[in-house]
Design a protein around this ligand. Sequence first.
Ligand code: AOF
Ligand code: ZN
Length: 366
Amino acid sequence: MFTNISNNKNQRYFMRLALQQAKINLGNTNNNPSVGCVIVKNNNIISIGRTAFKGVPHAEKNAITSCKEQLTNSTLYSTLEPCVHFGKTPPCINLIKLKKIKRVFFSLKDPDIRTFNKSKKILQKHRIKVSGGILLNQSNKFYKSYIKTKNGSLPFVTAKIAISKDLFTVSKKTKWITNEYSRARVHLMRSEHDCIITTYQTVIKDNPMLNCRIKGLENRSPDRVIIDKNLKTPINSKIIKSSSKYNTIIFYTNSNTKRINVFKKMKVKLIKIDTNLNDHFDLQKMLLVLKKIGYSRIFLESGINLFNSFLIKKLVDEIQIFVSSKKINKSGSSKINNYVKLLLKKKSLTINVNLFGDKLKSYRIK
Ligand code: AOF
Ligand code: ZN
């Protein structure tokens, strides 16, 4: 782990490595942001760390305590302003002071008001030099869901759809429209989110597990949320049968004691919410509840109807569109709406990935 770079690009270089550390646990640190940390001494990396799985300990603590070298006079790079507050853990700045770290570079000021803009002043009083804003553009993008959830009451929603080249979302002949590389990418996306939202209709139609089945990342599977006004989700569906292994929540509006008891026995969590003024299921209310429970990164994996409802209600922050290289012609149904058609023509996409024929196109909506 030794690197020797002696020009002024150092700061960006080491911060980029810290961001790579942060990316490893994205979506798996509960409501704590995933942070990366790199510690450098005499231009050699002497330690790295990241926010632990489930959120504690913090990245700086992991990097500092796992370091085998003397930390005196070292430089610490952190993707987020080191915390100054007592939360589940004591402040990271206490360790930085204690170990006589000489210099701190961070990228984003922590939007958590307990720390926001406070660490620089405190560390400077202890003669530790501090500079923020290194690779700020990248960290603003990386922390988009954290920034949104800290500043408001709604979580960050990523909506995914898969479409054929001729813009259908359903094929009457096959369950899969896109290729295996696209589907693997979806599993990776699942692993980076706290929970997946779907509907009982999708459960009936596809009988999905909605977990992450990439080898080694299975424990990063998100919780599953089913919208099911009248509690019609089949008890023998894969999703319900696996609910003791993966947390599963059903949002419903109309009570049915018998069904509720059966779901409870299967370890499904049930949350009742009232319909909105038009007697429709209240998506916004559900998101507010999910945020309160602690979910901040939500993945929407459903049919076109729920996808459209989320869009109409302006509840989507980002859209991931997997576009197949093949047309399905007469076997196709449920075309995408005009809004998504227009989006596909836009050049303002944030990602355009080639997946061996298929394409992944990402768009930031809000
Ligand atoms: C850091 N490094 O790796 C992370 C930080 O309850 P706690 O103690 O886990 O504190 C949670 C808050 O700590 C969170 O809202 C954010 O302000 C900060 N997260 N800070 O110095 C880290 N994950
Ligand atoms: Zn901390």
